[in-house]
Design a protein around this ligand. Structure first.
Ligand code: SAH
Ligand code: SF4
Ligand code: F3S
Length: 449
């Protein structure tokens, strides 16, 4: 019997798709959700771009240079497409959300545009593109958390995984595009988070990083972030638990107390300061002051004297005076950060800063200030690592060192990279090491007896 289905044009679901990811860890997590959605629909994931019938690029809009990198890649993809006109090119993620039709209208041969909340419709968008049309969905949602989707892990070490616990952001920092590209904040069902972590443990994973733009405001039907951390950390003493990112205004004592009481919650906090100046923090709409921030640093140290602290800093935001820049340097010295991500301010269309403030710091000055910030951070990182010489740490092994195959690389609880000679252990093992020497980026260690 011929069913109605047999009469439909054959949709070749066996097509292979390739996905490339830019931007933050949230995007890494999202790519894993996309792989899950497309493979459930019959498509095959390939890591070889030459093999792919569909190329997806998961994009970031945080700074102009992030977008320029993606444009560069899109131009390369469009040259593949000249050779193979049936190739489907899709732009997904934050740039898709920000630029919408402008991506289709570009001359890069883009067929699909899908924003961060529309990944469930990707199979439909791909069908649209296969039949010669353009597939576009950039609707943001108030509810979507992809709670029920099991991500297909793309990392190959099988040791650590990202678990998305919330999406979007309500903070509206004046420089930032994220609330526009990812929509409002929503927390994922805590039971599905626990189920996902249990499954990772069963598969042999030893570390999870719980992800959100502001994890401290996680709240699902009364379950707070601290409560969620307690539940996740209680699943197995062999599982390390990390999280990112914390907004300083919401870092609670309840969380610090929880961190201190679980040995398997890593002693490392990423607490983006952005600036050390109150007038600047006000313009950035960060909703805390330097003294509030320093009080929170004090609280971290009280609960966990061995906790490492890292940060994000922006150089040259609108109207930044030399005094405000100095205040940032002095904050960095006062805290003595272990690590920092440091950026030049990049104006983003549509943000409060682009509408109401002037991007008036000369690029040369931005570069000078950023260089000063980077140089200072290198000193601080080196000083912090030097203080670790002679100390003993438990390290979770991630894999062999790229430079020397007889060495292994892992991290300590403080998230510092440790390298040591060892050919007997394997990724996922815990070993104790002693620090012999260091650079500003690495602790050079030997296995403890
Ligand atoms: N939700 C996280 C940050 C996400 S974006 C948080 O609030 O900490 C990561 C970092 O990019 C930010 O902390 C900030 O330092 C930087 N950033 C964001 N917008 C930027 C812009 N327009 N120009 C330069 N850096 C920016
Ligand atoms: Fe952007 Fe601020 Fe939200 Fe972080 S907290 S994502 S910097 S708006
Ligand atoms: Fe970039 Fe979007 Fe993340 S703008 S930093 S990929 S939330």
């Amino acid at each position: 019997m011929i069913s109605a289905n047999n009469l439909k044009p054959v949709i070749d679901k066996g097509l292979k798709f390739y996905i490339e990811t830019y931007g933050c860890q949230m995007n890494v997590g999202d790519s894993e959700i996309v792989v899950s959605i497309l493979t459930s629909d019959g498509y095959t994931h390939t890591e070889n771009i030459e093999d792919a019938d569909i190329i997806l690029i998961n994009t970031c809009s945080i700074r102009d240079n992030a977008e320029q990198r993606v444009w560069g890649r899109l131009r390369e993809f469009s040259s593949y497409k000249k050779r193979r006109p049936s190739l489907i090119i899709g732009v997904i993620g934050c740039m898709a959300e920000r630029l919408k039709e402008r991506l289709i209208e570009s001359d890069c041969g883009v067929d699909i545009v899908a924003g961060p909340d529309s990944y469930r419709t990707l199979p439909l968008l791909v069908n649209e593109a296969k039949s010669g049309g353009k597939g576009i969905n950039v609707l943001l949602s108030r509810e979507e958390t992809y709670a029920d989707i099991s991500p297909v892990r793309l990392d190959r070490n099988g040791v650590s995984a990202f678990v998305s616990i919330m999406r979007g952001c309500n903070n509206m920092c004046s420089y930032c595009v994220v609330p526009y590209t990812r929509g409002g904040e929503r927390s994922r069902n805590s039971d599905t988070i626990i189920a996902e972590v249990r499954d990772l443990i069963d598969k042999g994973y030893r570390e999870v990083t719980l992800l959100g733009q502001n994890v401290n405001s996680y709240n699902y039907e009364g379950v707070t972030f601290a409560e969620l951390m307690r539940r996740v950390a209680s699943l197995s003493p062999l599982l390390r638990v990390r999280f990112a990112t914390s907004h300083p205004k919401d870092l609670s004592d309840e969380l610090l107390e929880t961190m201190a009481s679980f040995p398997n919650i890593c002693k490392s906090i990423h607490l983006p300061a952005q600036s050390g100046s109150d007038t600047m923090l006000e313009r950035m709409n960060r909703k805390y002051t330097r003294s509030w921030y320093l009080e929170r640093i004090g609280a971290i140290r009280r609960y966990m004297p061995d906790c490492s602290i890292s940060t994000d800093i922006i150089a040259g935001f609108c109207g930044e005076t030399p005094e405000e820049h100095e205040a940032t340097l002095s904050l960095m010295r006062e805290v003595g950060y272990e690590f920092a991500y440091m950026f030049k301010y990049s104006e983003r269309e549509g943000t409060k800063a682009s509408r109401h403030m002037k991007d008036d710091i000369d690029d040369k000055v931005k570069t000078e200030r950023l260089t000063e910030i980077i140089n200072l951070q290198n000193e601080l990182s080196l000083a912090s690592n030097k203080r670790d010489i002679g100390k003993r740490f438990e390290v979770l092994i991630e894999g062999p060192s790229k430079r020397n195959p007889s060495e292994l690389v892992g991290r300590n609880s403080q998230n510092k990279v440790c390298v040591f000679a060892d050919t007997t252990h394997k990724p996922g093992d815990y070993v104790d090491v002693i620090v012999d020497d260091c650079s500003s980026a690495t602790l050079l260690c030997h296995l403890a007896e």
